[in-house]
Design a protein around this ligand. Structure first.
Ligand SMILES: [Zn+2]
Length: 150
């Protein structure tokens, strides 16, 4: 698989976002995020932006637990240098910048989505629908080909 295609171009991302995914992985992940938003709200409501690094990490681990629970597959999580999913170990490594989009992306891989563009489609569609205001603030990074907040 050519390394250059790892992150889709801005045009490719815009094109896929004009449609909504229909896969079961998308619906499972979307339901998990809805449940997670309610859990976070019950806990102690604080907007994502104001949470500390540890609160964000704990929150994202909680989201992973919900997903792992709903698909009945064990998942290990740990902090590392960057976001990645290791299928042989069923592990998600978190980067130092706690990110909902990146976590959703790796969770899509965990659910069995192997295609990079499909993982991007699922993660960004969910984020766009459930965090519309934050989605509006995303910018395309020309170097990493990733949408990130300004
Ligand atoms: Zn990926």
């Amino acid at each position: 698989m050519p390394a250059l295609t790892k992150h889709p171009s801005k045009e490719a991302v815009e094109e896929i976002l004009s449609t909504t995914p229909t896969s079961k992985e998308y619906f499972l992940l979307r339901d998990a995020v809805l449940e997670w938003k309610l859990e976070l709200f019950k806990d102690h409501y604080k907007s994502w932006r104001l949470k500390t690094h540890n609160e964000k990490m704990t929150g994202l681990f909680m989201l992973c637990d919900i997903v792992s629970h709903s698909c009945g597959k064990h998942l290990n999580m740990y902090e590392g240098s960057k976001y990645a999913y290791f299928p042989t170990h069923g592990e998600i490594m978190f980067g130092q910048n706690p990110s909902i989009i990146s976590t959703l992306h790796e969770l899509a891989h965990f659910l069995g989505i192997q295609s990079e563009i499909q993982a991007v489609h699922i993660s960004l569609s969910i984020f766009k629908e459930l965090y519309p205001k934050s989605f509006e603030k995303l910018e395309f990074d020309k170097n990493t080909h990733i949408l990130k907040s300004k």
